[in-house]
Design a protein around this ligand. Sequence first.
Ligand code: SF4
Length: 428
Amino acid sequence: MCYAIPAQIIEIKYPKAIIDYYGEKRNILLDDTKVKVGDYVYAQGGVFVRKIPASEAKKILKVFEDIFFELKKVDASLSKLDQDKIPANLLAVLQKVNLQKSLKKEELLTIAKLNNPAELSVLYEIANHIRQREHGNASCVHGIIEFSNYCQNSCFYCGIRQEQKIPRYRMSINEIVQAAKKAVKDFDFKALVLQSGEDYYYTDEILAEIVRKVKKIGVLVFISIGSRSKETYEKLYIAGARAALIRFETSNPHVFQTLRPPTTLDQRIDLIKHVRKIGYVLATGFILGLPGDDSEEAILNNILLTKSLAPDMYSFGPLIPSKNTPLATRSPISIELVLKTIALARIADPNSNILVTTALETLDANAKKQGLLAGANSMMINLTPTKYKKLYHIYDNRAGLDAEVAQSVQETVDLLKSLGRSPTDIGL
Ligand code: SF4
C-alpha cells in the first residue's frame, strides 16, 4: 500500500531477481522480461509488481532515506534481547536457533506447552528477535477484497456456508475492478487479495477476466478462491495471478473430513502442492482451535505441516464461532494461544513470513501490534466496499467493519512506524 518504497534491481536470474533498498538486499520473483538491472521497481510479498521511472523512484527514496534508518533503530531496540533475563529452558532454544539448528519435535512441544505468562512474554521477545534477525524490519501489507459470499460448501466453522440464511452478494467484474482501482489510486496498494467462497457463478473465464483487469492496474494479484480445480489455478496464473492463499485448515485427516465434508485432506494438500508447482507464491496454514485439533501437539503438527509445504507465507487464523453453524457454541480461543502459535511458528521456521490475520483483531483490539511483536511480519487490510463488508460474515463480531479504509490504512501505517517496521518488501 502507500507504505511501500521502490527498490533497485541489482541482479536478474530468471525467474528470480535481487533488489536493493539502501544497501539491503531482497530476493523476488520477476516474470517481466522487459525489466533490466538498474531499473527501479515495486515488490510486494516477494513478487515484482511494477517498474517505476528512475526519477520518481529516486525522489521517493530521498524522502524516505532518513526515516528508513530511523525505523531500523526503533526495530533493533524493540527486538533486542536481554539474555540475562531469559530462563534457561528458553535460552537453550534461542542458542539452538542461533546456530541454525532445527529444533526437534519434542523440543518444540515443550515450548507449545508453556503457559506461565512471564515465560510466554520472553517467548514472544525471542520470536520477535528471530524475526528481526531473519528479515530485518521489512513488512508487508496486502489489501483484501471479498468479492462474493456465496459458497457451495458446508464447512462446520464457517458463517457463509451454504446452509446459512444470510443476505448474499456477488460483486460484478466492474465493481471488483473499481474497488481495486480505488485501492491503488487512493491508497497506493501494491498487492490485492481477491477472496470469495467457492462460488462457481464465477467461471474460469470470468475469474481470468477479473485477474487480467486487476493486474493491468499495476498490482500483485493474490487469489483466495478455495478448492477450485487445478485447471482453474493454471488458467488464473496465465491470466496474471501470481500468489494464492489456500489453507489446509487442519493436519488431522479425520478432523478435516468431519468438518469439511465431502473433501479430504489429501485432496487439499495435493491441490496446494499443485498450486505451488504452477509457480504461485503460496500462503497457507490452518485454523487454530478446531475441535479435536486444539491440543498443543495438534497445533504443533499444523505448524510442521505448514513448514513442510515450504510456503512463502504462513496464514493461520483463530476459530471464531459463527451463529447458526455447527460450531456456534465453541468458545473463541484466547489471544495468548494465537500469540504463542505465532511465536512457535517463528521458532520452528525462523525464515518464514507470518501473517497477522484480520480475524486476530476480533479477539483483541491490540492484536495486530501484539502479533507483530510475537514474530509476525505481514498484515492485511480489508478493502471490501462498505455495502458488502458486513455481509461477508464468516464469523461473528468481525472487527473493523465500521472503520473507513482511510482510517484503517492510517492506523496501520502509524502502527508500523511505531514498531520501526519499514516500507521495504519482505522478499522471498
Ligand atoms: S470455509 Fe470457505 S469453502 Fe468452507 S464454507 Fe466457508 S467459504 Fe466455503
